[in-house]
Write a protein that binds this ligand. Structure first.
Ligand code: G3H
Ligand code: 13P
Ligand code: ZN
Length: 311
């Protein structure tokens, strides 16, 4: 099966009350860990590549790694540009074989967001590619852009219908309290996503797929391993998984997870080096790191997304 778009995946996810995981990829071990879990569980999959990932690993290497995963797994896999920041970046990914792109103009005024998103949609649809857009601003760090909690803003449900109609986008990322990175909420506070906003958005956009960014849960066992093995990540807190599961049963069809994979990989490698100070063959520490990513993704597929068996 060749790479697919997210169209059919999202229709099935919306009707089935589950979400598809969108995991960020930067190198071979990450691609392998994610796709091995999805294959074992027969889950649909979105592999996403940020601007930073393209700069780090090179577009062609990433495309070929993902194509290899399609051959190895036979799964429906979409290759998605995460947080495209300009028409040119989106065009380059569309021309270069991606099946889905995000144009993230959420930090621009409403009319500018519409104009840029519309331009990307026209080009993408002419080439059989789908487009994710964003309304509302998440806090946190993405591609070196740091949005503070004060400058973040929830999506206004009264804007979504006009935005989707005028842009023609295929899915919409909304801000309901998630944020990027490992430091999402203040320690001691009780994180609570704004399900009232999600409900109102989906009432105004019946059947339309909604996307949640910033959906890592920052498992405390991994933070502990990192801190016990020379790291320093006090106060790293994420989104409760039961709230993500609830969102997946509603209109949310795509849930973005990156930080949790980074934590699993880093905790495993830190511990490995502490346990084996004399080892220096990268295969020795990348092998358990890849296995930790696989375990993390399997847990997300079964316990958070609910997309096991849905490929
Ligand atoms: O939302 C951002 C993703 O976690 C990608 O992060 O821009 O550091 O590759 P990155
Ligand atoms: P996390 O930092 O919560 O993993 O979010 C990832 C993301 O939204 C990628 O676009
Ligand atoms: Zn994101």
């Amino acid at each position: 099966m060749p790479l697919v778009t997210t169209k059919e995946m999202f229709e099935k996810a919306y009707n089935g009350g589950y979400a598809v995981g969108a995991f960020n990829v930067n190198n071979m071990e990450i691609v392998q860990g994610i796709t091995e879990a999805a294959k074992d569980l027969n889950a649909p999959l979105i592999l996403q590549v940020s601007k930073g990932a393209r700069a780090y690993a090179n577009h062609t290497y990433l495309i070929k790694l993902v194509e290899a995963a399609v051959i190895e797994t036979g799964l429906p896999i979409a290759l998605h540009l995460d947080h495209g920041d300009s028409f040119e970046t989106c065009k380059s990914c569309i021309d270069g074989g991606f099946t889905s792109v995000m144009i993230d103009a959420s930090s621009k005024p409403f009319e500018e967001n519409i104009a840029l998103t519309r331009k990307v949609v026209e080009y993408a649809h002419d080439h059989g590619v789908v487009v994710e857009a964003e309304l509302g601003t998440l806090a946190g760090v993405e591609d070196e852009v740091n949005v503070s909690a004060e400058n973040s803003s929830y999506t206004r449900p009264e804007d979504v219908q006009e935005f989707v109609e005028r842009t023609g986008c295929d899915s919409l990322a909304i801000a309901i309290g998630t944020s990027h990175g490992a430091y999402k909420f203040k320690p001691g506070t009780k994180p609570q996503l704004r399900f009232d906003i999600l409900e109102e958005v989906s009432r105004r956009l019946p059947g339309f797929p909604i996307v949640l960014h910033g959906s890592s849960s920052v498992p405390q066992e991994f933070v502990k391993i990192i801190n016990e093995n020379g790291g320093n990540m006090p106060g790293a807190i994420g989104v409760p998984e039961d709230q993500l599961r609830k969102a997946a049963s509603m209109a949310v069809c795509k849930i973005n997870i990156d930080s949790d994979l980074r934590l699993a990989m880093t905790a495993t490698i830190r511990k490995y080096f502490n346990d084996h100070p004399d080892h220096f063959d990268p295969r020795q520490y990348l092998k358990p790191a890849r296995a930790a990513i696989k375990d993390m993704v399997a847990h997300k597929i079964v316990d958070v997304l609910g997309c096991d068996g849905k490929a």
